[in-house]
Design a protein around this ligand. Structure first.
Ligand SMILES: CC(C)(COP(=O)(O)OP(=O)(O)OC[C@H]1O[C@@H](n2cnc3c(N)ncnc32)[C@H](O)[C@@H]1OP(=O)(O)O)[C@@H](O)C(=O)NCCC(=O)NCCS
Length: 117
């Protein structure tokens, strides 16, 4: 049964601007595992990656119905990719939803679907 859907879109220029000022934003949004992935990317990919993860986490919080906050922080949500690049989304280390991420020159967007068996 589908229990929630969420979607989010983010401007890459906004993320690039915030990230250039200080590492605080990415340290708040990305888990340590994701920060290690981010550090290995080119500058162009860094902005896409950070914006995509931010959108996916906001989309997840909408699917859950909580928004980002005490019950669901950015650090509670982690996105991991398999060998082919397909992302999976984990909440408190448990695989919980289906996620899809996209980016163009100006935007990143993500969709999350939560389901129970
Ligand atoms: C829920 C949340 C993710 C919405 O994101 P947003 O960027 O403010 O707004 P968006 O335009 O993406 O989405 C707005 C829509 O989300 C939906 N929404 C709001 N609260 C929601 C909730 N608890 N559950 C599901 N959907 C929700 C609404 O439909 C809203 O549109 P509407 O007001 O026209 O009905 C947001 O409230 C939140 O928790 N943001 C965290 C922000 C944050 O910590 N930023 C700092 C970054 S370091």
């Amino acid at each position: 049964m589908i229990t929630g859907i969420g979607i989010d879109i983010v401007e890459l220029s906004r993320i690039r601007r915030i990230d250039a000022k200080s590492p605080k934003f990415r340290e708040r949004v990305l888990t340590e595992f994701e920060q290690a992935e981010y550090s290995r990317l080119t500058e162009t990919r860094k902005a896409e990656f950070l914006a995509g993860r931010f959108a996916a986490k906001e989309a997840f919080s909408k699917a859950k119905g909580t928004g980002i906050g005490g019950a669901c922080s950015f650090q509670d949500i982690e996105i991991r990719k398999d060998a082919k690049g397909k992302p999976s989304i984990y909440f408190k280390h448990m695989e919980t939803g289906l996620v899809s991420i996209t980016h163009s020159k100006e935007f990143a967007a993500a969709q999350v679907l939560l389901q129970t068996i």
